[in-house]
Design a protein around this ligand. Sequence first.
Ligand code: GLN
Length: 247
Amino acid sequence: MGHRLTIGWLYSDLMNIYGDRGNIQTLIQRARWRGLEVRVLELGKGASEGIETVDVFFFGGGQDKEQELVYDDLLETKAIHLANAMQRGAAFLAVCGGYQLLGHYYQTAQGERLPGIGLLDVRTVAGGKRCIGDVVIESDAELGLQPRTLVGFENHSGRTYLGDGVRPLGRVRRGNGNNGEDGSEGAVSGNIFGTYLHGSLLPKNPHLTDLILSRALNRELEPLDDSLELAAHNWIKDRELSGSRRA
Ligand code: GLN
């Protein structure tokens, strides 16, 4: 049983907004708390050395202009390696702009269609009004998360529509989610998790962090004392669901 975790951080310099680097720190720390040695591989434009050793990829958010800067490299130097990684069971967490580019395409507000790498059967088209605010979702029962809820913050113009090849990460209880129409948020296919939840997401959702780590390592993880993290999680959930916060 390996005692090492390798995290592949895609475009850490360009796709890293609204505190998304907090997800990297959370993955590192929760792996270390289990006695694992952790290595972070920053996979910027043109970089693919060591990508075959990655256990879990993180692909953060970015504005349209950053997405326009990275999509060609994603297609030309990363796509084949990421497809191989998916085949060998690596885990992925992709947030917002990163999530969109793991799909078939992201069409910007100017109508430019940026091709994605199609690891997730989703399509995204930028809408008029931005979706901005706190989000609470009820995670898909198949994921077995306890608590069922996930909390985060969204800020996107993209409207993402799910194809048959994915299940939603969850259903929206507060916020817009994928498109503000069908009540879905995020997408899951195998060990690939896409979501609009910034925040950053993982610090206040330790149960999702452990699910991703467990899939990446292909093993159960011993439980930790998550009372502090879940107190933060519940504070936001209760505030948002009680409607005590005026929009
Ligand atoms: N540019 C994309 C959008 O506006 C993604 C934004 C983000 O990553 N927060 O939908």
